[in-house]
Write a protein that binds this ligand. Structure first.
Ligand code: GDP
Ligand code: MN
Length: 398
């Protein structure tokens, strides 16, 4: 589950990681209020107004701006709130900005060269260990750094039995070119950051930039935090941070119904049991010249209720021109699934406005095919995988 920058910073801060301070606002008036408050608390006169969307690269897209007085706080917030912000990480049409973060300006005017670092914490799946990735080349596109100057990106792997050791934190600070007070501050920062990562059950922290101020403070200016959804049950307060406005509405509905659904760009809706078969089905549709509209794993129990829910969700996508049902009857019997498909079809009446191709294979496949063929419904049955994909192409070109 992805979080907004301001939420990520809240979590970091709760574990003692120093962050650029700020408060979120959803109107220009509220923005001015929190800016005033921030000035009282921190003494800052200047504020940065930062669009809160689930995508990076906001600075380049015009979603991060400096305000030098309260009038500017108001006018900039007014401009950014409600805009469709386009960055290299958003869809082409951009993402709607519902909230802005009003943060203290931490780039002191006197700083000729603010020191920006890159730091992330993530799981190295190859070794099964967490690692800290870091670089002196912060503040910019880390993908470009990885491409052009990979030797400037360092990694430090952490042994799960010992956790991050003090010498590792010092090595990181040293490799970032720090010494004296700044080195000590960085050691504290890295140590707190790693603790936060582990204790919050995150799967990714990306802090770009980590800033060193001229008075040797080290702080997180940005925060991309991804939480491990499987651990959310033990973090009810984090679960409440979910912003459904940032997520695909059909996917949200499917998840609530317990279906594994991913929206895609094509026109062939897929209803499949099992993630592997779903992947295979998408491949076959492609090979036959089509384009899958979704990935959908209905799981083990494909009864009428579930099939109906699944059809409903698939049909919410206006691009869908045909639906391929591809079920393997292992534990679940094919004739039961076929009955489910027929019942769902009956119940939905004219809500089903595209051809359905149904392939059931496995236990009682023969009975299932008969059931479909004799149902009087306009469901096209198929036995073989290829046959099913070809029939999809046929109805699409008809
Ligand atoms: P991103 O573009 O989505 O990664 O958003 P960031 O939070 O990283 O902000 C983008 C850029 O805005 C940073 O790299 C900084 O250069 C700049 N920025 C962020 N905070 C401040 C600030 O307090 N003062 C000034 N002057 N610039 C800031
Ligand atoms: Mn950033």
């Amino acid at each position: 589950m992805n979080l907004h920058e301001y939420q990520g910073k809240e979590i970091l801060s709760s574990f003692g990681v120093r962050v650029q301070r700020g408060t979120v606002a959803d109107t220009p008036e509220k923005a001015v209020e929190v800016a005033k408050q921030l000035t009282e608390e921190t003494g800052t006169g200047w504020h940065v107004i930062k669009a809160q969307i689930h995508a990076g690269g906001r600075g380049k897209g015009g979603g991060v701006k400096l305000a030098k007085n309260l009038d500017e706080v108001k006018s900039i917030s007014n401009d950014i709130l409600g805009m469709m912000l386009i960055t290299p990480q958003t869809p082409a049409e951009g993402k709607l900005v519902n909230q802005v973060l009003i943060a203290e300006d931490v780039y002191y005017p006197g700083d000729s060269e603010p020191n920006e670092f890159y730091m992330s914490v993530l799981l190295n799946r190859g070794t099964g260990r967490n690692m800290i990735m870091y670089s002196t080349e912060g503040g910019m596109d880390i993908e470009a750094v990885a491409e052009e100057t990979p030797h400037l990106i360092f990694t430090e792997e952490i042994d799960p039995a010992t956790g991050l050791l003090p010498f590792q934190a010092r090595k990181i600070a040293f490799n970032l070119g720090l010494s004296g007070a700044a080195l000590k501050e960085m050691v504290k920062f890295v140590t707190a950051l790693y603790t936060a990562y582990v204790k919050s059950d995150s799967s990714l922290f990306e802090i770009n930039p980590v800033l060193k101020t001229s008075d040797d403070k080290i702080l997180a200016v940005d925060a991309k935090v991804t939480l491990d959804e499987n651990a959310l049950y033990r973090h009810k307060d984090y679960a409440a941070m979910r912003d459904l406005r940032e997520e695909n509405p059909i996917e949200v509905e499917a998840k609530a119904a317990g279906l594994n659904y991913v929206d895609l760009d094509g026109n062939v809706g897929c209803m499949v049991n099992g993630a592997g078969l779903a992947m295979g089905t998408m491949d076959l549709i492609k090979q036959a010249g089509g384009d899958p509209a979704n990935f959908l794993d209905v799981g083990g129990t494909a009864d009428a209720q579930r099939v109906e829910t699944a059809f409903g969700i698939i049909l919410k996508d206006p691009n869908v021109k045909a639906i391929l049902v591809n079920i393997f009857g292992g534990i679940v019997r094919c004739d039961r699934v076929a009955q489910g498909v027929v019942d769902a079809y009956k119940n939905m009446g004219d809500k089903i406005n595209v051809p359905i191709i149904c392939r059931l294979q496995g236990t009682n496949a023969k009975e299932a095919k008969e059931l479909i063929d004799n149902s009087g419904m306009e469901i096209i049955s198929a036995t073989e995988f290829q046959e099913a994909a070809d029939k999809v192409q046929e109805v699409l070109s008809a």
